[in-house]
Design a protein around this ligand. Sequence first.
Ligand code: NAD
Length: 253
Amino acid sequence: MIDLKGKVAVVFGLANKRSIAWAIAQKLSEAGASLAICYQSERLQRDAEELAADLPDAKTFRCDVTLDTDIDTVFEQLKTTYGKLDILVHSIGFAPNIKNTVLQTAREDFRIAHDISAYSLIALARAAEPLMPEGGSILTLTYYGAEKVFPNYNIMGVAKAALEATVRYLAADLGTKKIRVNAISAGPIKTLAARGIGDFTKILNAVEERAPLHRNVDALEVGNAALFLTSDLASGITGEITFVDCGYNTTGL
Ligand code: NAD
């Protein structure tokens, strides 16, 4: 049984009850952590507050990760509210005009995809470091489209490749501070973000057909893996990309 009593976890990327961030928040909360749940904009505030109210010890905060001022403000709020952080979960991704092929991708769309989906991990890790003086654990979410070409994943695949490299470099930068940095590469899950990916059902069907477990992964299974990776049980693991995809990535044809 993993015990996170006395630990403070901040989870970025809650949009609704289907969000992977919500599954992770629930699992960290079940283990006893105090939860700070961050949503992007006022539009998502009500959903975030309603969901947070279901947890015994959770507060909500607003932060758009494209704005340094928002990041500064939220970490000031976290410092005032909790005094420290033990766990940071980055469950954020966005690519404008994702339907464009990589060849068609405009400079500005490339920039935004990388800013929101990869650079934001750097910005959040840098802001979290002073609040983790005794060490901590940072976790992000990636997808197999970083390694292999998936139809319609397009520039998001390129941004996820940058994110995965970022995980390794941040792990090296923060290792001496006892801060671990890892990623979960989740199998496809029907969420708001996934809705933007054309023919997503085809990807889900391919997993059912070819993955060793012959089914798709549930967000709560990603939550369980997140709980392990952010807990002291994973104290020797950093810079890693861990697949939680019913084994799909291990198969060939
Ligand atoms: P989701 O839509 O519920 O979550 C994406 C979140 O990113 C939303 O909460 C959105 O508000 C947030 N976000 C986007 N731009 C932001 C900004 N500027 N500032 C702050 N927040 C911003 O979808 P999800 O599937 O739960 O996605 C979470 C993460 O998991 C993403 O990184 C996604 O790429 C990754 N992932 C998803 C799947 C899947 O199939 N759903 C698979 C592997 C990895």
